[in-house]
Ligand binder design. Structure first.
Ligand SMILES: Cc1cc2nc3c(=O)[nH]c(=O)nc-3n(C[C@H](O)[C@H](O)[C@H](O)COP(=O)(O)OP(=O)(O)OC[C@H]3O[C@@H](n4cnc5c(N)ncnc54)[C@H](O)[C@@H]3O)c2cc1C
Length: 391
C-alpha cells in the first residue's frame, strides 16, 4: 500500500483518495474503488475498510479540482420568511456511507439463515407480542452495519397462491452480532394483530417470525438502507426518537456506543458524545431492552440520557396520555440547544403515525425560539443530520 507522507497540517481540510479492493456491495467487491474522503475521516474510513474485509491499495491526496466538489461553505440561509432560522452546518456523511454494502442477497436468490434464538422482550402485563430473534449468518457473505435492515421472506403463499413477498425489518444488532462473533443478525419484531369483521387477523411475516423455532431455516434478503447509518464521529451527539420496535436500530447504536464487548471490538470508535434516547411505549411492561439501557445509564451517566413516554400510565401536562412528542416538547430547549451543534444527529424510527406528532412538537418548540421548523428540517435533512425510518 502506498500512503502519502506529506506532513499533516493544523485544522486539516485536505481531501484524500483511498483506492480499495474487496469493499462495497456485490460485484463492487471485486472491483477497485476510489473513495474520496476528508483527512479528518481518513482513519475512520480505513478502519471501516478493515472491518469489512477490504484491502487498501493506495492513499493519495485528492486533486485540487476534486476539492471544488466538496461542500465547504455553510448551507444557504433560511428563506426570507424565517430570517431567524439558523442554517445548520453541513456534516460529511459517515465515512463509509458511499460504500456501505447493500443488496448482497436478492429475493430471487436469498440467503438461507438458521434461527439461533427467539424470545419475548416483554414483561408480564404487556400489550401484544414483541420478540428478539437471532439468525446465524456464518455460511454466507451477508454483512451489515448499524442502521441497516434486512428482508424476510416468510414461508407459504399469499391469498393469490403466489409465494409470500418479503417484509423489511430493522437490524437490532451491531455488525458484530449479539455474541460479538460477526456471524449473526438480530431483529426486534412485533406481531401485527388487528380485528376485522369480528375476527382477529395475524400479520403474515410478523407471526411467522414470532412463532419461529430455533433451527428453522429462513429466507433473508438485503441488507438494505443507508438512511439510518450512525456517524463515524466518536464525538457526535445522537438524539433517538423511538416508538415500539423503532428501538431496533437504536439498540444497535447503543450497543456500539456503550456495550463493553463492542467497545473492545471497535478501538477506533470510543463514543464520547451525548446519546439521548426518547422511547415511547403503551405500558412500562412494553419497554424493550430496559435492563441494558439502565446499565448504560449507570456506566455512562455523562454520555447517555434516557427519557420515556409511557402513554397509558403517564399523563402529559394537559392531563392526556403521555406520548413521545409530549416529552419532546418538555425538553424542547435542550433539544434545540443540541441541534445548534453541527455534531448533532436526530434519528426517528417506529410506526409512521409518530411522525406528525413529532413534527408538530418540533415545530412548536422551534417557533418558541423564533425558528421556522419547516425551513430548518429540510436543511437538517440535507446536512445528513435528520434521519427518519418509519413504517
Ligand atoms: C424499513 C422498515 C423497517 C421495519 N422494521 C421493523 C421492525 O424492526 N420490527 C417490526 O416489527 N416491523 C418492522 N417493519 C414492518 C414490517 O416490515 C412489516 O410491515 C410488519 O411486520 C407487518 O408485516 P406482516 O407480514 O406481519 O403483516 P401483513 O400480513 O403484511 O399485513 C399488513 C397489512 O395488514 C393491513 N392492516 C394492518 N393493520 C391493520 C388494521 N389495523 N386494520 C386493517 N388492516 C390492517 C394492511 O393492509 C397492511 O398492509 C419495518 C418496515 C420497514 C419498511
Amino acid at each position: 500500500m502506498r500512503v502519502s507522507t506529506a506532513p499533516a497540517r493544523q485544522s486539516d481540510s485536505r481531501m484524500f483518495s483511498v483506492v480499495v479492493q474487496g469493499y462495497g456491495a456485490g460485484n463492487q467487491r471485486q472491483a477497485e474503488l476510489q473513495i474520496k474522503v476528508a483527512f479528518s475521516r481518513l482513519q475512520a474510513l480505513m478502519r471501516s475498510i478493515a472491518l469489512m474485509g477490504g484491502r487498501i491499495l493506495e492513499v493519495i491526496p485528492a486533486e485540487a479540482d476534486d476539492l471544488a466538489a466538496v461542500p465547504a461553505a455553510p448551507l444557504a440561509p433560511a428563506a426570507a420568511s424565517a430570517p431567524s432560522t439558523p442554517a445548520p452546518a453541513p456534516v460529511t456523511p459517515p465515512a463509509s456511507h458511499a460504500t456501505v454494502p447493500v443488496n448482497l442477497y436478492k429475493p430471487k436468490d436469498p440467503f438461507i439463515g438458521t434461527v439461533l434464538g427467539n424470545y419475548s422482550l416483554l414483561s408480564d402485563g404487556a400489550i401484544g407480542r414483541v420478540n428478539h430473534i437471532t439468525f446465524d449468518l456464518s455460511e454466507g457473505n451477508l454483512h451489515y452495519v448499524e442502521g441497516q435492515s434486512i428482508g424476510i421472506i416468510p414461508d407459504g403463499e399469499d391469498a393469490n397462491g403466489k409465494p409470500n413477498k418479503l417484509r423489511l425489518y430493522s437490524i437490532a444488532s451491531t455488525r458484530h452480532g449479539d455474541n460479538l462473533e460477526d456471524k449473526t443478525v438480530s431483529l426486534c419484531v412485533r406481531q401485527l394483530q388487528y380485528e376485522k369483521d369480528g375476527e382477529t387477523i395475524n400479520g403474515v411475516c410478523s407471526t411467522f417470525l414470532c412463532d419461529i423455532e430455533p433451527g428453522a431455516k429462513v429466507k433473508i434478503t438485503g441488507q438494505v438502507g443507508k438512511e439510518m447509518l450512525l456517524p463515524a464521529d466518536e464525538e457526535a451527539n445522537v438524539i433517538m426518537l423511538a416508538t415500539g420496535t423503532g428501538i431496533a436500530p437504536m439498540r444497535a447504536y447503543m450497543r456500539r456506543m456503550f456495550e463493553p464487548g463492542e467497545r473492545a471490538k471497535n478501538p477506533g470508535y470510543a463514543f464520547r458524545g451525548k446519546a439521548w434516547l426518547f422511547m415511547g411505549v403503551p405500558k412500562a411492561a412494553n419497554l424493550l431492552y430496559e435492563d441494558d439501557f439502565q446499565r448504560y445509564l449507570s456506566e455512562y451517566p455523562e454520555n447517555f440520557r434516557y427519557t420515556k413516554a409511557i402513554s397509558r400510565e403517564e399523563q402529559n401536562s394537559k392531563g392526556g396520555r403521555m406520548y413521545i412528542q409530549d416529552r419532546v416538547l418538555e425538553h424542547a430547549d435542550e433539544i434545540f440547544a443540541l441541534i445548534e451543534d453541527p455534531k448533532t444527529h436526530v434519528y426517528m424510527c417506529g410506526l409512521k403515525g409518530m411522525e406528525p406528532g413529532i413534527d408538530d412538537a418540533m415545530g412548536a418548540a422551534a417557533s418558541a425560539k423564533g425558528i421556522d421548523w419547516s425551513v430548518l428540517r429540510p436543511q437538517l435533512k440535507k446536512a445528513d443530520r435528520w434521519h427518519v425510518e418509519t413504517y
